[in-house]
Design a protein. Structure first.
Length: 311
């Protein structure tokens, strides 16, 4: 985590700004991982800022509905967005007539990054090398589940397949639940999911966790390799980060940044993220902006091909 400005609750609370409640818009339904972490973050930020920090769930449109509401909000630091990789990396390229742009937001801090896991049946491939061998022996016949052609789970798998020179068959679901049910019923060879779904399957011995698409190994499963160890440079990850409407004054951004980074030191948040194979971040606004540019370039080749097919 990047070092924060070292401001305690009193200093942050004294840094001016209206004392109306701050609202963090979560573009996902209540009760999910992002919602829970954001509520923990909001509670601690409220203590540090000396004012109420609320969470408002505005799901829909693959995060578009919630993001648009914040893009159009007053740039006064009272309405923030818990943005996701989908929001500011994927949607601007593949969503026609998107009602917002990346430039409509001011970065505050990266909160976390998280990879995807590829899980095989217990009598399937034992490791990444075995998966590669099986796919080359049966091109296009091995099935894998994702949550749709323009979701990060599918694009992460496409990146893996392209880098390894493999062909497999995508089976699309509306969410992890349907994919998990089919996998447990042995109707799928592989699953591609984030840690919140992958880790229970692995720990309950319901499938073999072949590898993660992260830059480094996930600490809670240090025995499991990354796909980058097989093909260097392969990273396919998503992220969450706090942003404000563009044109929010810099002193306001600085105050919110200080509270966010300090709040991320809360052990409850760290434990929750760790338990779901997320990497705790915390960054300066400039670092967050640079991170988003790197992620956009990482996904650009696959996004361009998907956009061309849609067009």
């Amino acid at each position: 985590m990047a070092a924060g400005p070292g401001l305690g609750r009193t200093a942050l609370a004294q840094q001016g700004g209206a004392q109306r409640p701050v609202t963090i818009v979560v573009p996902f339904a209540a009760g999910g991982s992002t919602d829970v972490v954001t509520r923990l973050l909001a509670e601690r930020m409220g203590q540090l800022l000396g004012q109420t920090v609320l969470v408002e769930n505005r799901p829909g449109g693959n995060t578009v509905i919630g993001a648009e509401s914040v893009a159009r909000a007053r740039p006064d630091g009272q309405t923030l967005l818990m943005a996701a990789g989908t929001t500011l990396t994927i949607n601007p390229v593949i969503v026609p007539n998107l009602p917002y742009a990346v430039a409509d937001f001011a970065p505050i801090s990266l909160v976390s990054t998280f990879p995807f896991a590829i899980i095989a049946q217990h009598d399937g491939p034992a490791d990444i090398a075995a998966m590669v061998a099986a796919a080359r022996a049966r091109p296009g016949q091995i099935t894998y589940g994702t949550n749709g052609p323009t979701t990060l789970t599918n694009m992460a798998m496409l990146m893996v397949l392209e880098r390894l020179g493999l062909q497999m068959q995508d089976v699309t679901y509306r969410g992890d639940a349907g994919q998990l049910n089919d996998f447990l019923a042995r109707n799928l060879d592989l699953m591609v999911v984030a840690g919140s779904t992958a880790l229970p399957v692995y720990h309950n011995r319901q499938g073999r966790l072949l590898g993660w698409t992260s830059e480094r190994r996930v600490p809670t499963t240090s025995e499991i390799p990354t796909f980058g160890e097989v093909t260097p440079g392969l990273v396919a990850q998503s992220w969450f980060g706090l942003v404000a409407p563009a044109r929010t004054r810099q002193p306001v951004i600085d105050r919110l940044h200080g509270a966010t980074v300090e709040a991320l030191r809360d052990q409850r948040i760290e434990r929750r993220l760790t338990d779901e194979a997320q990497f705790l971040a915390g960054s300066t606004p400039a670092e967050f902006s640079a991170f988003m540019q790197v992620e956009a370039e990482r996904w650009r080749p696959i996004l361009a091909r998907i956009a061309a097919r849609q067009g």
